[in-house]
Design a binder for this molecule. Structure first.
Ligand code: ZN
Length: 191
């Protein structure tokens, strides 16, 4: 329940946007990974779903960079805690929906998720499959072993999320977990 309230508050997106700005700065300092030239800002607006209705437009921006070198001009995406690749929904929403769905007993039913976040069953199943896939690969195997009882297959995210939220208040827990997931997956500046 606390998770659900947390992602419905504007304040959490303010913190996440600040983090994205730090990632952008880090990427600018690194320069173009293809030719080493300086990078220019080339952010673009997005219309993410699932967040609070009154979310200010300034947070609905995918921070993006563009190489300044003639002939290269690559568009580059710094890593992001707000957005998850091409997903239309905010990363925080995907995370919480999957975690709530995994907790079959105490979590949300599919119809509750549909009415609160506007997601359909097919989308939720796809997100669950993506997370399962994510956690079954390479570097995540080492991470799984850190959990004493192991991570129960099909309930990975709710176990991890409960661990992070237990250690912090709900908002800090969600933010720290998003940071952790993004930085563990993308050790460099890029997404
Ligand atoms: Zn370049």
């Amino acid at each position: 329940m606390r998770l659900f309230r947390t992602v419905g508050q504007e304040s959490v997106y303010h913190i996440l946007f600040d983090i994205d700005e730090k990632y952008e700065l880090e990427a600018m300092e690194a320069g173009c990974p293809h030719c080493g030239a300086a990078l220019h800002r080339g952010s673009y607006p997005r219309k993410p779903r699932g967040g609070p209705k009154e979310l200010p437009e300034k947070y609905m921006v995918r921070l993006s960079l563009c190489c300044s070198q003639e002939g290269c001009r690559k568009r580059l995406l710094p890593k992001s805690v707000l957005f998850d690749g091409r997903h239309v929904y905010l990363r925080a929403i995907i995370l919480v929906v999957v975690a709530l769905r995994e907790q079959r007993e105490s979590g949300f039913t599919m119809s509750r998720l549909a009415s609160e976040f506007g997601v359909d069953a097919k989308t939720v199943k796809r997100w669950q499959a993506e997370y399962r896939e994510r956690f079954s690969h390479g570097r995540w195997c080492g991470f799984r072993r850190r959990f004493a009882g192991g991570l129960v297959s099909g309930a990975e995210l709710s176990t991890i999320i409960l661990f992070f939220v237990k250690e912090n208040d709900s908002e800090t827990g969600v933010v720290r977990l998003l940071r952790f997931l993004v930085e563990y997956e993308h050790p460099g500046p890029w997404s």
